[in-house]
Design a protein around this ligand. Structure first.
Ligand SMILES: [Zn+2]
Length: 337
């Protein structure tokens, strides 16, 4: 589990006049006029700007299990269609095109563990379109990594266990404690072999780096776009060290996304040189990295991200790559020279 903050950036797909925004309004108008709820949803949540927004929030890390994956699904936190086990209810259709309802989830969390499930606490009432004003009070089991941040409010680590078993935080009342146990079970966080092995590696690394007194590096490992970053976050808190600032996180993440973008550009140019057309998916992925950088540049105080982009562009040795990146930035209206 992790702590995230959602960038407040009006991406074109989801603003009122965007394709997603128009769908959202059309669904609501149809419901108000005829009481009909949509039974089909066009996929606008995989548009490059939407994926870019999520890359700016999470890098390549799953919102739930904390693993870094190259393949990430855009996950509706509250299911857009019928909730699992409740086929006769319409689900949270009005949130299908809301950025606040999206996270990147790894295929295992999205498709296997979560899918259409959205459990509520015992005897809680599911919110409907009519009662949507009370959505923040809905008594859900799953934690929202943005709204329920920070993660240490809910979880604690068993330090003596090499896999860093997750436990409910001390001091929670009995119902919250049982809720957190349910969350741990739901995502299989203490049982999944891959999650445990990689969490154990993150623990080893964070502790070894802290022992060396390299706090700058521990702070880096605690940034939201590193795998199992909450381990390093816990290490910093436990040892009363400062956490990374939003500016530091944005700059570091922008550096990673720049590298991803550059790699994608080089691959596309390589294909073209060999007379092959790049796959549409590759072009869309490239554009999503561009959007992520736009979002990051607008997310934090000062211009640390803009300066990083200018530095990286200035250092680019390959004129072809440089030209492609400039072309992308022009398309997205980013002023970097
Ligand atoms: Zn996952």
């Amino acid at each position: 589990m992790r702590s995230l903050s959602r960038p407040d950036y009006p991406i074109p797909t989801l603003v009122e006049s965007g394709v997603g925004g128009e769908k959202r309004n059309a669904h609501r108008a149809a419901y108000s006029a005829e009481g009909t709820v949509p039974d089909k949803f066009e996929d606008h949540w995989n548009k490059p700007d939407v994926r870019g927004l999520l890359h700016a929030m999470q890098g390549h890390v799953c919102a739930y299990c904390g693993l870094e994956e190259r393949t990430l699904d855009v996950e509706h936190f509250r299911p857009k269609g019928a909730v699992y086990g409740e086929d006769d209810t319409p689900g949270y259709w009005w949130l299908a095109y809301e950025a606040s309802n999206y996270f990147f989830g790894c295929p295992a969390c999205n498709q296997k563990r979560k899918s259409k499930k959205f459990p509520l606490l015992a005897n809680a009432t599911r919110i409907t379109y009519e009662t949507r004003e009370r959505l923040p009070q809905e008594e859900r089991v799953l934690l929202d990594p943005v709204k329920d941040a920070p993660v240490e409010k809910w979880f604690h680590l068993e330090w003596n266990d090499p896999t860093c078993k997750l436990l409910p935080a001390p001091g929670l009342d009995a119902s919250d404690e049982s809720r957190i146990e349910d969350v741990i079970d739901f995502f299989n966080l203490n049982m999944d072999a891959v999650v445990r092995r990689r969490r154990s590696a993150a623990y080893e690394k964070a502790v070894r780096t802290a022992e060396l007194g390299n706090w700058k590096e521990v702070r880096r490992l605690a940034m939201r776009h590193y795998e199992h970053s909450f381990i390093a976050r816990f290490v910093l808190l436990e040892l009363r060290q400062v956490l990374p600032t939003p500016e530091e996180e944005a700059e570091d993440l922008a550096g990673h996304l720049w590298d991803d973008m550059r790699e994608q550009v080089a691959e596309i140019l390589n294909l073209r040189q060999r007379g092959k057309a790049p796959a549409r998916q590759d072009l869309r992925q490239l554009e999503s990295y561009g959007w992520a950088l736009v979002v990051l540049q607008n997310q934090v105080q000062g211009d640390v991200v803009g300066e990083l982009l200018a530095r990286r562009l200035g250092a680019e040795q390959d004129p072809g790559v440089r030209e492609e990146i400039l072309k992308l930035f022009r398309k997205l209206c980013v002023g970097v020279q």
